[in-house]
Design a protein around this ligand. Structure first.
Ligand code: FES
Length: 103
């Protein structure tokens, strides 16, 4: 998986999106917290994940919304962030979100 790419994955029935930021992999909820569009159809520039539908942006490293800045007024708009590790040449994504959204 190349830098700046996104891939839809499923973990235990959960739709997630995996993104590569400078060689490090991050996984967050696969559906936009605005109206549920598939985030894997969006784009990734640095750590900024942009939803194709209405251009909401998130920091894929934490799941925090960047624009609009919903985190301050409605924390429920944050994407769940799932820890990722690479072991034995395989990508392992936790089925449980990270405690603070940081990997
Ligand atoms: S559904 Fe993603 S920005 Fe609207």
């Amino acid at each position: 998986m190349e830098d700046g790419t996104l891939r839809a994955i499923e973990v235990d029935g959960q739709s997630l999106v995996l993104g590569n930021v400078d060689g490090k992999l991050y996984a967050v909820s696969g559906l936009c917290s605005h109206l549920g569009s598939k985030l894997a159809l969006g784009s990734l520039h640095g750590p900024t994940l942009t939803c194709f539908a209405h251009l909401w942006t998130y920091d894929i490293r934490t799941g925090e919304p960047v624009w609009p800045p919903m985190a301050r007024v409605a924390p429920g708009y944050r994407l769940r962030s799932h820890p990722v590790r690479i072991e034995g040449g395989k990508i392992w994504v936790s089925r449980r979100p990270g405690r603070r959204g940081l990997n």
